[in-house]
Design a protein around this ligand. Structure first.
Ligand SMILES: Cc1ncc(COP(=O)(O)O)c(C=O)c1O
Length: 411
């Protein structure tokens, strides 16, 4: 359908809403409120929009060296951070293939859809996964970690994998308590943590919290397009990589770290995404990480207040584990979350996150992470409240007021 068709409708009738939704151009800004990819700031877009340079030349080396140093601040580490041209899934694989060997045992927890995907990957790679089932409403229980590791007297478990922020549920596991549980069991297993939807949004400290490999990616709190994956690596993990025997080539840390010493990569790096990363890290540091985390926490709290005022329930069932970067909302019985998402997209040009895995149709997710502010949140919640009402979901109006009251009362 051409723009002209949309303007007058197919039979010279006024365009219907569906026609308008299908139009190539919709006026105003699309609201991208899925929990990643997130809104890319204009500053980052402008940084990416620059000539691609010789990736083996001196100008690139300066970019590489600056960036590889600056990115450490985001992970709160002094150690190496490997940057891959990849999605988050690639960075998951890198964390595993560099640290463990065929047949090794890995302890993993069912916190939601992404923990299941990471487990499936580990099994496909030939690892033995000790799987702790969960209800998708709680994070990893530190006591369970301690109990299982304490019982593993022979230290057969080589790694513990945790999804810090389960993007499918909006539940954040407590990494310092998990670290303490591993230490209390005096167990040498490596701690591998997925921070794909928490990095640069929810407080996270690779070194201080004793994490061995932190997995991240570009399209969420880092405010970039998809395309970069990260591994922050502890000394212990680096040492483990020397004897780890899973097959690896592209993902192998050592040649990348070696090339990175001079600011280069062993292959052609994604130059323009790296320009964007340099800008995004500068923006995060200008705001200051504590302020970035507090902003996310405040928006998350305002969102939960709106949900409660609507008379709806969030998925997260533990006050200590609410996510700062997204909120997953349960639908009342008999109502389809994807229908609400459809109405919101069609009427208000806003994308909300779908329910994943077993939560499909039962949950929709509001992403409030990355490049985001009070008025963007207010607009988002307006779209959700109106969309719920238009989709016939029985809610109390007043969610927006509850959220605004919180925003107005806190800085
Ligand atoms: C927590 C978590 N882990 C892993 C992934 C997979 O990342 P990607 O889709 O970039 O491969 C995602 C994607 O949303 C995620 O949210």
């Amino acid at each position: 359908m051409s723009r002209a068709d949309v303007a007058v409708g197919p039979d010279h009738e006024p365009p219907t809403r569906a026609d308008r939704a299908a139009a190539l151009h919709r006026s105003g800004r699309h609201f991208l409120q899925i929990p990643g990819p997130t809104n890319v700031p204009d500053r980052v877009l402008r940084a990416i929009d620059a000539p691609t340079i010789d990736h083996r030349g001196p100008q690139f080396a300066r970019l590489g060296l600056d960036l590889l140093e600056a990115i450490k601040g985001v992970f709160q580490t002094e150690g190496p951070v490997v940057i891959y041209p990849s999605s988050g899934t690639g960075a998951w694989e890198a964390a595993l293939v560099n640290t463990v060997s065929p047949g090794d045992r890995v302890l993993a927890f069912e916190t939601g859809h992404f923990s299941i995907l990471w487990r499936a990957m580990a099994e496909r790679l030939g690892l033995e996964v000790e799987w702790v089932p969960g209800d998708w409403r709680h994070g990893v229980d530190p006591d369970t970690v301690q109990r299982i590791l304490a019982a593993d007297a022979g230290h057969a478990i080589r790694a513990v994998t945790v999804v810090h922020n389960e993007t499918s549920t909006g539940v954040t596991s407590r990494i310092p308590a998990i670290r303490a549980a591993i230490d209390a069991a005096a167990h040498p297993a490596l701690l591998l943590v997925d921070t794909i939807s928490s990095l640069a949004s929810i407080d996270y400290r690779h070194d201080e919290w004793g994490v061995d490999v932190t997995v991240g990616c570009s399209q969420k709190g880092l405010m970039l397009p998809p395309g970069l994956g990260f591994n922050a690596i502890s000394e212990k993990a680096l040492a483990a990589s020397a004897s780890a025997r899973l097959p690896r080539s592209y993902w192998e840390w050592q040649p990348i770290i070696e090339a990175n010493r001079a600011g280069f990569w062993p292959y052609t790096p994604p130059t323009n995404l790296l320009y964007g990363l340099r800008e995004a890290v500068a923006m995060l540091m200008e705001e200051g990480l504590p302020a970035v985390f507090a902003r996310h926490e405040r928006h998350a709290e305002a969102t939960r207040r709106a949900v409660r005022a609507w008379g709806l329930e969030v998925v997260c069932a533990d006050e200590r584990e609410h996510s700062g970067s997204l909120t997953a909302i349960l639908m009342p019985a008999g109502h389809d979350a994807d229908e609400v998402r459809r109405v919101v997209l069609e009427r208000f040009d806003m994308s909300l996150g779908t329910g994943l895995g077993k939560l499909r149709g039962r949950v929709f997710r509001i992403g409030h992470l990355g490049h985001f502010n009070d008025l963007m949140l207010a607009g988002t919640l307006c779209g959700v409240e109106l969309g719920l009402a238009l989709a016939g979901v029985p809610i109390s109006r007043g969610g927006i007021d509850a959220a605004l009251e919180h925003l107005g009362g806190t800085a």
